[in-house]
Structure formats: C-alpha cells, structure tokens
Design a protein around this ligand. Structure first.
Ligand SMILES: C[S@@+](CC[C@H](N)C(=O)[O-])C[C@H]1O[C@@H](n2cnc3c(N)ncnc32)[C@H](O)[C@@H]1O
Length: 199
C-alpha cells in the first residue's frame, strides 16, 4: 500500500492519528483545513478533533457498539466508522455526501483492514433501516443539523467541541470531556465533549 496518495488534488499521507494511534489514516499534513469557515469542501482530509475524541471514546468503551449496527454520519475520513468496527460493531456504515470523502474512506478502511459499508448520501434525506446507533464526529456547521438529527434518528452519540453558540442548548447529556492538545483550525488545544443527543 502506498504511503502517499493524491485525491481531488490533495496530497494525503498515511499516518497514525494523534489521539487514536490504533488507527492510521490518509490525511493532509496541512494544519488548517479550510480557507473560510463556510468552505466545507476543503475540510474532508483531516481527522477532526470531534472525530478523534469520539473514536477514542468508542475504542475505550466498546460495549456501546459491540454486536450492533452502527452508522457514522458525515464520516469524512471514516475515522469514527473505523473505530466502531475495531471496537466490535457487527455492521458499520460510513456515510458522507462528498465524493473525495467516499474515496478517502475506502482507502482508510483498507489501510486499517476493516470491512465497512460506504454510502454517498446527503444526511438531510438519509433514512436507513435497522440501525442501533448513529455516531457523529465534529458535526458540520449548519443550524438546522441538530434539530433535524434529533427528530430523525433515535440514538445519536456526538463528539465535538463547542464550535457555535447554538451547540450549547443541545450538548446536555455529556458523558465525557477530552482535553486534546492538538493544533487544529487555528487553535492550540480543545475541550471536546462526547454527548447523547436524544437522551
Ligand atoms: C467537520 S467534517 C467531520 C468529518 C469526520 N466526521 C471527523 O470527525 O473527522 C464534516 C463532514 O460532514 C460532511 N457533510 C457536510 N454536509 C453534509 C451533508 N449534508 N450530508 C452528508 N455529509 C455532509 C462533509 O463532507 C465532512 O466530511
């Protein structure tokens, strides 16, 4: 397997994830992921702090996913999906609506020797059947997202820092807070909460 690949004109290097060394991912070495806060299409080749914390939580608490059907929503690099599979989920679906992510998740699943289903879909029209648990690392910035997730999916476990003021009203049932010393997105470190959206 090559250590360096190019996807969508971005050079990605296979590397250990800082807070989840059990997982290797093809990631960009650039520290800053986006040119403007709204440019979601430049955010994909990174292991976001929310995704790293949620992957850490899943690996350290495998009972949450063991034997279950799990969906990693807006999976990006696939980090949370890969953690769920390594932790013993029976079936894992990684979904995202962006082609480079789909390509990257395929490579990352192979690099970690895990079998996960990969689906290209817009989350706002996504309605899979027979899912026990939804996971979401570092949700994208859209004020409609949490109300939509709350009304559409039964059990959703989220990992993210408090990026926007409207997050606070949803971030009630926090089960763990990780202090991550990662330089990312212009900040030197982050407190990242793991929280249940509907419970
Ligand atoms: C901040 S990144 C997080 C990626 C990954 N979960 C992590 O923690 O590293 C947000 C992801 O949401 C995806 N995304 C944005 N809008 C989406 C939508 N409407 N449907 C599905 N995925 C979406 C982006 O393509 C991107 O991969």
């Amino acid at each position: 397997m090559d250590d360096v690949v190019t996807i969508h004109k971005r050079i990605l290097r296979l590397q250990e994830v800082y807070h989840v060394p059990e997982i290797k991912l093809y990631l960009s070495d650039r520290e800053t992921h986006r040119r403007k806060p709204t440019d979601r299409f430049d955010c994909w080749p990174h292991a976001w702090v929310g995704g790293q914390a949620l992957a850490r939580y899943v690996l350290d608490n495998p009972d949450i996913v063991a034997g279950k059907t799990v969906v990693d929503l807006a999976s990006g690099s696939g980090i949370v999906a890969i953690a769920a599979k390594l932790a013993g989920a029976s079936k894992v679906i990684a979904m995202d609506d962006y082609d480079p992510c789909i390509e990257c998740i395929k490579l990352n699943a192979k690099a970690n020797n895990v079998d996960i289903e990969i689906q290209k879909h817009d989350i706002f029209t996504y309605s899979p059947n027979n899912v026990d648990l939804f996971l979401m690392g570092d949700p994208f910035l859209n004020v409609d997202l949490f109300p939509y997730l709350k009304s559409s999916f039964n059990r959703v476990l989220i990992g993210c820092p408090n990026r926007m003021s409207h997050y606070s009203s949803y971030m009630k049932n926090v089960v763990k807070t990780y202090h991550l010393d990662i330089k990312f997105d212009g900040e030197p470190e982050y407190d990242v909460n793991i929280w249940w959206l509907n419970e």
